[in-house]
Ligand binder design. Structure first.
Ligand SMILES: *[C@@H]1O[C@H](CO)[C@@H](O)[C@H](O)[C@H]1NC(C)=O
Ligand SMILES: *[C@@H]1O[C@H](CO)[C@@H](O)[C@H](O)[C@H]1NC(C)=O
Ligand SMILES: *[C@@H]1O[C@H](CO)[C@@H](O)[C@H](O)[C@H]1NC(C)=O
Ligand SMILES: *[C@@H]1O[C@H](CO)[C@@H](O)[C@H](O)[C@H]1NC(C)=O
Ligand SMILES: *[C@@H]1O[C@H](CO)[C@@H](O)[C@H](O)[C@H]1NC(C)=O
Length: 631
């Protein structure tokens, strides 16, 4: 009994261990997967056999106790012997009434397979779970330094893709042989123009990306989050005027216009001057193959990066100032800001979730790309055609790597600036009608809302707009600046189809089984101790416990054991005990004293109860003890 119980627990634990090992794992081989599942079921079957076996042993012990305590009909006795194969025991009131405990044990024996074989394998399922990992990935990044080393004469190929520069250049010598030759910036390359156009015209508040960006960046069908950091161009914008007549600072900075241009004083809702000092194209007269005819000293030299001077006026719901009340019905609030092109360290967090992605961008502005300002005439008036200091100019003849990178930055900036230049005029409501007249490409971008007025906080939105344009370069992996950065730490999540083990489910099946088996085991052991002997239900046991002449009498005429059996016999009540007239010669002790009693089934009247320790026929007791008991 005890061994059975312990084996049962061992099998249950083995099943637990097997399932724990399979948890969140999946063997690639389908056959192996099936085999592992079958192993689990085999263990469930083994534990059913052992737990069931333990209870059956206890049950057998216990029914003999019942036979001794109650006179039961032959019918009920039959049922008790057959309980493990025949369900009719549970339909019989007599078994429930008189043999309650054995009947409950029999019920548990019948229920064990349901818990173990049927339900316990249900603790292991096959399904999707979210796998979270911290890994290092190889992700796309931008490397503008790569532009420094690009020579248009030498094609760069990577992974079979021809890498393209952000800039087109002209040269003084296409063969690169002449003394003192140099290449100089021509214009932004077509790929850059395309990307900036698509990004600017996109109404999504987001950068463009390649369609398979998540697969490529996250290294498979994952969701992932990572942060990259790179240097690129960025516009550092600063609000320099807010409100009517806030012009002092503007004049000091040499702004080309002031708030008087903007509504309500002026008639503009938006005004931008973003091309002061723009790189001239052509630089000089060009001949064949873009070779300049006469090479001047400042050919190809970047003297400045144009400052963005942008003014806009916001319509408000407040009433207008009294001095504008005769033309405006609401208060217009003018702003002017300036943006200077800086080399910027971008820290971008990419969140790929499902088909979408989010970016959050942080900027750290470093030094201006070209650190020059407007020159002034002797009377202090700003000279928008000259820039100082000349030492900060970037020339294509010296420091070529710096020149090429500057040219790339300049090209990206120029791609933005072409959307900003221009103005939006607004007609005052009095005398009316009021309407806006756009003369700028900015109205085609998301920086202008449907009502033809720029969005609020334009100087902040513009920086984001520019950052999105730069990040959109990722949508063109054939660009030279799109590089790869390895070893980026990323959090990845994905759905994975694996085995999923729920220990609670397994133990919910086994806990009641173990509990009842343990209780019955204790009852069984207690009964064995009380009875002083063990009992079984084999044919031999039936044979020796029915050697009673009364039984011979009542069973006369039913010797074949055939069905149906005479009802009269089935209803006879029998009990197990010591036969009163059991002192026949064969049971007498050899010494002639009172011999061991004869135990058998019989009618209650002829029986006395069996007592523990009394040496009935068939019990082998140590001689000394037998003697002691017989005294
Ligand atoms: C950027 O490109 C340059 C030139 O190809 C290379 O030397 C540098 O290591 C790259 N930087 C990064 C961060 O990949
Ligand atoms: C603003 O600009 C207008 C037109 O150029 C000019 O007449 C006016 O004096 C300027 N105001 C200030 C304060 O500089
Ligand atoms: C470069 O050369 C082309 C002709 O090949 C010319 O149209 C263009 O203006 C030149 N660019 C500059 C910046 O001079
Ligand atoms: C400006 O705002 C006022 C008040 O909200 C509104 O009545 C007026 O139509 C607006 N003007 C324009 C041009 O949208
Ligand atoms: C990625 O995240 C989204 C949103 O949380 C979710 O719907 C999707 O199932 C996730 N995909 C994977 C592969 O984890």
């Amino acid at each position: 009994m005890v061994a059975s119980f312990l084996f049962g627990i061992t099998f249950a634990l083995s099943q637990h261990v097997l399932y724990s090992r399979l948890h969140h794992k999946v063997p690639d081989d389908l056959d192996k997967r099936i085999r592992l599942v079958l192993y689990g079921r085999a263990l469930a079957y083994c534990s059913k056999i052992t737990f069931g076996g333990c209870i059956i042993l206890c049950y057998r012990q216990r029914i003999w106790r019942t036979f001794r305590e109650y006179a039961l009909s032959v019918w009920a006795i039959d049922r008790l012997f057959l309980a493990t194969e025949d369900l009719s025991i549970f339909l019989h009131w007599e078994t429930w009434g008189k043999a309650t405990l054995p009947t409950i044990m029999a019920l548990v024996i019948w229920l064990i397979p349901i818990a173990t074989i049927i339900f316990s394998p249900g603790a292991l399922t096959f399904g999707l779970f979210v796998e979270e990992e911290v890994t290092t990935l190889k992700v796309p990044t931008l490397n503008f330094t790569a532009e420094s080393y690009k020579d248009f004469r030498v094609p760069v190929e990577k992974n079979g893709i021809k890498k393209k520069s952000l800039i087109f250049v002209n040269t003084t010598d296409p063969t690169a042989k002449e003394e003192g030759w140099f290449d100089y910036f021509d214009k932004p390359a077509s790929d850059l123009e395309r990307v900036s156009l698509m990004s600017a015209f996109s109404l999504k508040n987001q950068s463009l990306n390649r369609a398979d960006a998540r697969y490529e960046s996250c290294g498979g069908d994952f969701n992932c989050t990572y942060t990259i950091s790179f240097n690129g161009p960025g516009y550092k914008c600063e609000e320099v005027a807010h409100g009517i007549d806030d012009d002092v600072k503007l004049a000091k900075l040499g702004a080309p216009f002031n708030t008087s241009y903007l509504a309500p004083v002026g008639r503009l809702a938006y005004f931008a001057m973003v091309n002061i000092g723009e790189y001239a194209r052509p630089q000089t007269g060009v001949g064949r193959q873009g070779v300049p005819i006469n090479i001047t000293d400042d050919l190809g030299v970047f003297k400045t990066e144009p400052i963005l001077w942008i003014g806009y006026s916001m319509n408000t719901t407040d009433p207008p100032d009294s001095r504008f009340a005769d033309t405006w019905t609401s208060k217009y609030d003018p702003y002017v800001f300036s943006c200077v092109h800086h080399e910027t360290t971008y820290t971008v967090q990419y969140d790929y979730i499902g088909p979408y992605f989010n970016t959050s961008v942080e900027y750290e502005f470093k030094e201006p790309i070209i650190d020059t300002t407007y020159a002034r005439f002797d009377d202090g008036v700003v000279n928008y055609d000259e820039f100082v200091p000349a030492s900060a100019f970037v020339s294509p003849r010296e420091n070529i790597t710096h020149y090429k990178k500057t040219a790339a930055y300049h090209a990206v900036g120029a791609s933005l600036r072409k959307f900003l230049e221009g103005k939006i005029e607004v007609e005052p409501p009095i005398p009316g009608p009021t309407y806006a007249r756009p003369y700028s490409d900015i109205t085609k971008t998301r920086l202008v809302k449907g009502n033809s007025f720029p969005v609020a906080n334009l100087h902040v939105e513009l920086q984001k707009f520019y950052a999105d344009m730069i990040l959109s370069l990722f949508s063109a992996p054939n660009l030279l600046v799109v590089a790869e950065q390895g070893g980026v730490v990323a959090n990845t999540t994905r759905y994975k189809a694996t085995f999923i083990y729920t220990p609670a489910k397994l133990w919910a099946c086994y806990a009641p089984v173990i509990f009842f088996t343990f209780i019955f085991l204790l009852i069984g052991l207690w009964t064995v101790w009380q009875d002083g002997t063990t009992f079984s239900v084999g044919f031999s046991r039936i044979m020796v416990t029915t050697r009673n002449s009364t039984l011979d009498d009542i069973s006369r005429g039913a010797c074949l054991g055939n069905d149906p059996f005479p009802m009269e016999l089935m209803n006879t009540r029998l009990k197990f005990g010591v036969l009163n007239d059991g002192n026949e010669a064969e049971y007498m002790g050899s010494d002639g004293l009172q011999g061991p009693g004869h135990c058998a089934f019989g009618v209650p009247a002829e029986l006395t109860p069996i007592k523990r320790g009394v040496p009935y026929a068939g019990l082998q007791l140590p001689k000394a003890r037998r003697k002691e008991k017989t005294e």
